[in-house]
Design a protein around this ligand. Structure first.
Ligand SMILES: Cc1ncc(COP(=O)(O)O)c(C=O)c1O
Length: 350
């Protein structure tokens, strides 16, 4: 078998090898970060599944929006708001299959081979592997009981100009360390100062024995001007509900989120048929949610955002459809297409 070159960077996970042994009778496992299966709310999850299948069987079993089921996005935004991220709108997050997919999306959208990323030493093994798979050089920043040492972190950021800094500020895996409030604010300031994306992975923030942990970086970002633009936040229901459900989410700056989702940047503001050939995509503005429905007006705004397309009306001999327009996907390469669609999404909002 000729495996992809990117796999050369990845060592076999020691943990995965260990997991193979865990089925042996009598083994007491202190190995995996698995919640106790006896704690799963089997009755609750079963009742919720039944209700979903009865109330919306089609939607429950059908493909859904790439960003995730809208009512779930709303619930997650409300959950995060209750923990201090008060200004978080549902469209600022996407639902993922666990926070590991969120990390993978970040790797995919941010990391070119040879890019540097900074993580805590030690940190979550799967993250190191994921970023290495995308070709990153992964650099460790030292930690103490208060989490990442921000003085050392600043030096590393200044020296390496990393593509991103990945932190588990609350009950780090494997360290259990807790980034202090003061350091959290400092990390956000560093993100702005060095214009470096900080990724906060927070699957454990709700699992505390005594005093609640300090607010997440996401919640604190409203106190540090500009920091939300340099912050991504990965959340997960794995440790508080069930890892088997594979539900996590990614909150990220709009441009990054848009690139992670692609076609879905335009949401339900547009509809089109996926062409099976040719050069063109024929799009209609739906006007849903009060979005702009006039393609001529959109074309003007789009030019201002640096993206061009042809409004559809002149293509009709009779009864012109003012909501339609044509996009040629033949000229721009994939990166340019993504950038162009992001600009178009901006024009729609303008
Ligand atoms: C720091 C960290 N991030 C993410 C995950 C995985 O979360 P998920 O099950 O949501 O993919 C874990 C699980 O061990 C973890 O420790």
């Amino acid at each position: 078998m000729q495996f992809a070159d990117r796999l050369n960077n990845v060592e076999t996970s020691a943990i995965r090898e260990l997991f193979k042994l865990l089925g042996k009778p009598g083994i007491i496992s202190f190995a995996g970060g698995f919640p106790d299966s006896a704690m799963f709310d089997v009755a609750g999850i079963s009742a919720a599944s039944q209700a979903a299948l009865q109330q919306e069987p089609g939607a429950a079993l059908q493909y859904g929006a790439t960003e995730g089921y809208q009512p779930l996005r709303e619930q997650i935004a409300a959950f995060m708001a209750a923990k201090g991220a008060r200004d978080l709108a549902p469209d600022q997050l996407v639902v993922t299959t666990g926070s590991q997919q969120a990390l993978d999306l970040l790797g995919k959208t941010m990391i070119n081979p040879g890019d540097k990323v900074i993580v805590e030493g030690p940190t979550f093994l799967a993250t190191i592997q994921c970023f290495r798979l995308y070709g990153a050089e992964v650099i460790s920043a030292p930690i103490d009981a208060e989490g990442a040492r921000v003085d050392a972190l600043e030096k590393l950021i200044a020296e390496h100009q990393p593509k991103l800094v990945y932190l588990i500020p609350t009950f780090g895996n494997p360290s259990g360390a807790m980034l202090s409030l003061e350091r959290r604010k400092k990390v956000l300031e560093l993100a702005v100062k060095y214009q470096t994306l900080v990724v906060e992975d927070d699957p454990y923030g709700d699992l505390y024995f005594g005093e609640a942990p300090p607010p997440s970086l996401l919640a604190l970002s409203s106190e540090v001007p500009g920091s939300r633009d340099w912050l991504a936040h990965c959340g997960s229901l794995s440790k508080v509900l069930s890892p088997g459900l594979r539900i996590g989410w990614l909150v990220a700056p709009a441009a990054l989120l848009g690139r992670a989702v692609l076609r879905e940047q335009l949401g339900d503001a547009v509809e089109f048929l996926q062409p099976q050939g040719g050069l063109f995509l024929w799009v209609r503005l739906t006007g849903k949610g009060g979005a702009l429905a006039d393609a001529g007006e959109l074309a003007k705004r789009a030019i201002a955002q640096g993206v061009a397309f042809v409004p559809g009306a002149p293509f009709f001999a009779q009864n012109p459809d003012a909501t339609s327009f044509r996009l040629s996907f033949a000229t721009a390469d994939e990166d340019k297409i993504r950038e162009g669609i992001a600009r178009l999404a901006q024009a729609l909002k303008a």
